[in-house]
Design a protein around this ligand. Structure first.
Ligand SMILES: C[S@@+](CC[C@H](N)C(=O)[O-])C[C@H]1O[C@@H](n2cnc3c(N)ncnc32)[C@H](O)[C@@H]1O
Length: 326
């Protein structure tokens, strides 16, 4: 009779995706909190509740990006569809609720497939199921993944590839990381392939800051939800009520900085490690870079992408840009 396997060996060979995801989350949190200027990983703002709160933010009067981008899409979607051509496979990075996508899918000539990619797995599954009911003819292949890491596109050999990246999510990345992400998109679509991307533009601080610190406190709730998630999923004694939301415009770098500020001096345990927060110490949770048209063209150029067309609203608050891989 074969002797039973030692428990250690069994554990070592069992593939547990939840344990891996938790270990990645813990590692990212530890790496950020160990920095001299503490940071938390932006992509973890989006669990099921975070995604629902983001949808609520999109409806706020102060949050101009969503309604402005939607207005640009409504006004110019036919020109966008013509530029992207027929039979396209649309790969959407950070698809969320896929609201803007519907405008694009309606305008495109015979789209071949739609591949929404999002880190918020439950939200992605629900959004994809809704979309599948509305577009029964369309092949929809959702991918729950971190788009900054290599992922498989489950649709091969159908149509030319187009990356769609709305929502100004590119603004969450610092310039080097943004260039790396754009370069990865250029590789994914291949020479002559397209990227359709939403890019938020520079504007008055009086418009920018309230968009990230609304009167109803929904953005504050979205931000603090990250601490709730850390406490729930990683364990420890992190108490979200001991932090407050603060967002401000950093003129030197042309970006909104979203932070959580410690209300007191405190020692906090997270996933078995201890961190000290001084009273008033800020932890950065998100950047949102605001570009000039020239600044973004330079960033795209460094990634091997040429700006072919730019559509904006009359006030030039936001842009949707068509980039072509060289
Ligand atoms: C600002 S929201 C934009 C949502 C939607 N595209 C829109 O335009 O309204 C960012 C979306 O990207 C997703 N996301 C953020 N970082 C991600 C990452 N590293 N990998 C995959 N998805 C990510 C979030 O879950 C969220 O749905």
């Amino acid at each position: 009779m074969t002797p039973p396997l030692a428990p250690e060996l069994v554990r070592a060979t069992v593939h547990d995706p939840h344990a891996e995801a938790r270990a990645r989350f813990a590692a990212a949190v530890h790496a950020g909190l160990a920095k001299p200027h503490k940071r938390l990983p932006t992509e973890y703002l989006y669990d099921e509740r975070g995604s629902a709160l983001f949808d609520a933010i999109c409806d706020l009067p102060e949050y101009y990006p969503t309604r402005t981008e939607l207005a640009i899409m409504r006004a110019h979607v036919d020109a966008m569809a013509a530029a992207l051509g027929p039979n396209a496979t649309i790969i959407e990075y950070g698809s969320g609720s896929s609201i803007k996508t519907r405008l694009l899918l309606d305008a495109l000539e015979r789209p071949a497939a739609y591949v929404p990619v999002d880190i918020s797995a439950e939200h992605l599954a629900a959004a994809s199921a809704r979309l599948a009911r509305e577009y029964p003819e369309l092949r929809i292949a959702p991918v729950a993944a971190d788009f900054t890491r290599p992922f498989d596109v489950p649709v091969r050999g159908v149509g030319r590839r187009v990356v769609y990246f709305p929502g100004s999510t590119i603004g969450n990345f610092e310039p080097d990381a943004a260039t790396a992400l754009l370069r990865q998109m250029a590789r994914l679509v291949g020479p002559g392939g397209s990227v359709l991307i939403g890019v938020d533009l520079r504007k008055s601080v009086d418009i920018l800051e309230p968009a990230y610190d609304d009167a109803a406190g929904v953005t504050a709730e979205f931000n603090l939800n990250l601490l709730r998630r850390i406490a729930r999923e990683l364990g420890g004694d992190l108490d979200p009520s001991r932090f407050r939301h603060r967002a401000y415009f950093d003129a030197e770098h042309g970006r909104i900085v979203m932070t959580l500020v410690s209300r007191c001096t405190q020692l906090v345990h997270v996933a078995g490690r201890r961190y000290r927060f001084d009273e008033g110490e800020a932890v950065i949770t998100e950047y949102s870079h605001k570009y000039t048209r020239e600044g973004f063209a330079a960033l795209a150029g460094a990634a091997g992408l040429r700006v072919a067309q730019v559509w904006t609203d009359p006030a030039e608050w936001f842009s949707v840009q068509h980039l072509v891989a060289g």
